[in-house]
Each structure stands twice: as structure tokens, then as C-alpha cells.
Design a protein. Sequence first.
Length: 150
Amino acid sequence: MSENNDLIKLYSGQILALAADIPHTDRLQNPHASVKRRSPLCGSTITVDLNMANDCVSEFGQDVKACALGQAAASVVGGAVVGRNEDEIRRAQTQLKAMLKSDGPAPDAPFDELKVLLPAKEFKNRHASIMLALDATVEAIEQARNANCA
């Protein structure tokens, strides 16, 4: 019974509100890079399209087919990623992973709203889904950089 209560707490109103309002859900027509990532444990998928200008994300689109936790993470990332450079996004990725796996603090602003996912650290089978948006975004930035679009 305690595990059920923990799951109910995990899916808080704030997480569900984020999941219901994901920004940038239209795919880009001609992205510099496009990456699809899948969580093998739960089957959640996120496809990220982005364009780069002056070493920053200038346009962003995402197709999110994930659990509420993955959707909430994608919502925060989608709301914060435009105008950010690779270092800022990599830092958020590293910080989110540390928050989930080793009691690290929440990511810095503008990704600090990811702190809402802190209760998920006890549910290791949800970590991959939560990481999808940032993992796909970092990979897309690498693709764009390698194609000389950054």
C-alpha cells in the first residue's frame, strides 16, 4: 500500500499540469538536426528537432510520446531551451542526472523547474524517461555542430 501512496504522490498536480502543457510540440520543417530517443524500460519516446544560430538553439520542436514524468520533463526543457547554448543544456542534463541518481540539487535556472521531478529519484525505472528530452536535445546539438550548423 505504501508503494501505491508513493506513486500517487509522484504524480503531483504540478507534474500533471506540466505534462498537459508541453511547449514546441510542432516538428520543424527543415531542422539542422533531428534525434529520436526511446526509453527501453517503458517505451517512452521523444523526437527533438532543432536549429542552431550563434551556438544557441534558435528553434525547437518536439514530438513527445512518454509517461507523465517524461512529458513533464519535456515541458520544462521545451520552455527553457530556445536561446540556450550547448554548455547550458549539458549542465542541465548533468544536474538532472545527479538529482535523480546521487542526491544532487535541482538543475540551475532556466531548467530549475525540473525540481518538480525530485520525488522520482526513488523510482529508478522512471529515470530514463525523465532524461529523454535533455538527452535527445544534447544529441541533436552534437549532430548540428558536426554538420556545421551551430
